[in-house]
Design a protein around this ligand. Structure first.
Ligand code: CMP
Length: 141
């Protein structure tokens, strides 16, 4: 069994109908989708998810954007999932993202950057628990 990361296909990518192509890249890269939902976050849910960024100058913009339209949180499993997924999506700012990465190909700005990926194993577990109950995750069934 690999390790887990929490991914979100963000409202910009969902609105542009890029979620199918992004999901294909994720699966083709060897990630197993252990759980997935399509939701529309409330503003306070988005603030809770991004609590770690409260106080940052971009917090208001970020949480308004993430609660503006549907998004797709997913639990992904693979060996070294956090690091592997961060490589697949590329740098936070699409202008800095390497060729062939999801953000380079689908993101338009640092704020609307198509996907989220956990930044550590510890945060991945917290973020998975934010969106999913134990019984929502295939490995637990
Ligand atoms: P994400 O991986 O979802 O984690 C935090 C998010 O904050 C990040 O992706 C960006 O979309 C967003 N973010 C980081 N820096 C900025 C910024 N300078 N302006 C707007 N949004 C930002």
């Amino acid at each position: 069994m690999g390790t887990r990361t929490l991914a979100i296909i963000k409202p910009d990518a969902m609105g542009a109908n890029h979620h199918g192509k992004i999901l294909a890249r994720i699966v083709d890269a060897g990630f197993q989708v252990q759980a997935a939902r399509i939701i529309k976050m409330s503003k306070s849910q988005a603030e809770g998810f991004y609590e770690i960024h409260r106080g940052q100058p971009f917090f208001e913009e970020l949480t308004a954007f993430m609660s503006s339209a549907p998004c797709m949180p997913m639990v992904l499993e693979k060996e070294n999932a956090v690091e592997q997924f961060r490589q697949l999506i590329g740098a936070t700012d699409p202008a800095d993202a390497a060729a062939g990465t999801i953000r380079r190909d689908f993101a338009s700005s640092v704020g609307e950057n198509a996907v989220h990926g956990s930044d550590s194993d510890e945060n991945a577990e917290k973020e998975v628990a934010f969106f999913f109950a134990v019984g929502d995750i295939l490995a637990n069934l």
